[in-house]
Design a protein around this ligand. Structure first.
Ligand SMILES: [Zn+2]
Length: 81
């Protein structure tokens, strides 16, 4: 499933990569080089359901590390497809 147009500005979406950043409590996790469709006009990124699922998996791992009392200020992982 490929989004065709940006839902904010109706701009054209190009296949590319983006950085996914999420805040978990007081910490920030960033995932680099996430495949996404990026609006060429406003830069908004859209993820396919498959990529969203992979992001969820990474976030779960991140929470797991926290439970092991292994603090990560800014976790950086790579998503491979
Ligand atoms: Zn846009």
């Amino acid at each position: 499933m490929k989004p065709s147009r940006c839902s904010f500005c109706k701009g054209k979406l190009d296949e590319g990569k983006t950085e996914f950043v999420a805040k978990v409590g007081d910490e920030v996790i960033s995932i680099k080089d996430v495949p996404a469709y990026v609006c060429e006009n406003c830069g908004e990124a859209y993820f396919t359901p498959e990529i969203s699922r992979k992001i969820d998996e990474v976030m779960k791992d991140f929470h797991g590390h926290k439970l092991l009392a292994h603090p990560i200020a800014a976790g950086e992982v790579e998503i491979k497809v």
